[in-house]
Design a protein around this ligand. Structure first.
Ligand code: MN
Ligand code: MN
Length: 394
């Protein structure tokens, strides 16, 4: 059997490493195998049975509507992801994700284009804002809201603080009208029952509308930030962490008040760089890969570990407290989101922990010398993200 792909002169990927494994005789899904080399030929350090910690949005059912589309990753797609669900959504210019609410809090990052969002709080404070690329919003649990694509449309990632959330079961305004007796509606609004004859018979969800005018025309008379902290922010308002080999912005309730159940970090790792070995003491980590490619090994205790490969458009997950690193395996910047169901970002860095441990104690565990302890560990205060290319962060 030929070991060559018909269209490609590169050899077919094979589960063969040294004297281990052997060539596949049967079917190859070459594209998928090439994207996941660490599944076919895992590093020797991988061991034991681990759950799937990857789901590409490309494998999610896409709901196509007039005005846009959406696709989701929930516990149905990625069963380990119990704390967070994600929705990738696109709105055409003027397209609308209709007025609705849900039990879960909703956090979002605008990836391309821009959108106008609306929300109202229980005190009757109306909120309207335009969210541009790099902008975020957070609507706490139960707060009603809408999203409308501006002149170039909008594409964004929605993150919910419960893995069992579904975009297909939100409370929509059209659905409620469609499922309330006309006599009750007539009493509620003080009009005759036939007023509701032409109302939609079910939910609109996403529909095509008109591109709105300038923001000023839609702003409520009183949008007072001292009364109502804004539901929107931007990653450039987040805490900045800049180290050799990468950078990050951290946005949580310490700098974005409304985001009190979801904490976020937008991370960039340069080619050759690594998001250092660490874990999070407060929550599991849900990831979305925006650009580039990388790989992550997850250490699950008791000798268990597995390595997963990620491309732009994939979701990754790290169960609570498991150790991990993320390595840039490409030749472009690796950019991804770390999301946590928590009011704050927190991590424990392996390097920082080791640097603060009495050296004699460390030397009893591991054969490290003073040169390693003095020159290859860092001691920055948490939360720190360090990309260690065998060099101390400056
Ligand atoms: Mn929503
Ligand atoms: Mn992490």
């Amino acid at each position: 059997m030929s070991n060559q792909d018909h269209k490609n002169t590169e050899p077919l990927p094979q589960p063969k490493k040294g004297s281990l494994g052997g060539n596949i005789y049967g079917a190859h899904n070459v594209e998928v195998e090439r994207q996941n080399p660490d599944m076919l030929t895992p590093p020797d350090t991988d061991s034991g049975t681990m759950p799937s910690l990857k789901w590409p949005y490309a494998l999610s059912h896409t709901r196509n509507e007039h005005g846009g589309w959406s696709r989701e990753v929930t516990t149905r797609e990625l069963p380990e992801s119990t704390t967070i669900a994600g929705v990738n959504m696109h709105l055409e210019p003027g397209g609308v994700r209709e007025l609705h609410w849900h039990k879960e809090a909703e956090w979002a990052l605008m990836i391309k284009g821009s959108a106008r969002v609306t929300a109202i709080d229980p005190e009757g404070n109306m909120f309207v804002d335009d969210v541009e690329e790099g902008g975020v919003w957070n609507f706490p649990s139960g707060i009603p809201h809408s999203i409308k694509g501006l002149e170039n449309g909008a594409e964004f990632l929605l993150v919910f603080d419960d893995g069992s959330f579904s975009e297909n079961s939100t409370f929509t305004i059209t659905d409620w009208f469609a499922h309330t007796p006309k006599e009750a509606l007539a009493k509620n609004f003080g009009v005759s029952e036939d007023y509701f004859d032409n109302f939609p018979k079910g939910e609109k969800y996403i529909y095509q509308g008109d591109v709105p005018g300038p923001l000023i025309e839609d702003l409520p008379k009183e949008q007072n930030e001292s009364v109502t902290p804004p539901y929107t922010s931007r990653f450039d308002k987040g805490k900045k962490v800049d180290v050799k080999g990468g950078s990050a912005r951290i946005l949580d309730s310490t700098n974005f008040k409304k985001s009190f159940t979801i904490a976020a970090a937008l991370v960039e790792v340069e080619p050759g760089g690594i998001r250092e070995l660490h874990w999070h003491p407060n929550a599991a980590e849900w990831q979305y890969y925006l650009e580039g490619q990388g790989r992550m090994s997850v250490f699950a205790s008791a000798g268990k570990a597995r390595t997963y490969d990620y491309q732009a458009g994939d979701v990754g997950y790290v169960p609570f407290a498991m150790g991990h690193y993320i390595e840039n395996t490409g030749d472009t910047t690796l950019k991804f989101l770390e999301m946590f169901r928590s009011d704050h970002f927190a991590e424990i860095s392996l390097s920082q922990w080791m640097s603060q441990t009495p050296p004699y104690l460390l030397k009893e565990h591991l054969p490290v010398d003073d040169e390693f302890i003095n020159n290859h560990l860092h001691s920055e205060t948490r939360p720190v993200l360090n990309w260690n290319k065998n060099k101390k962060a400056d």
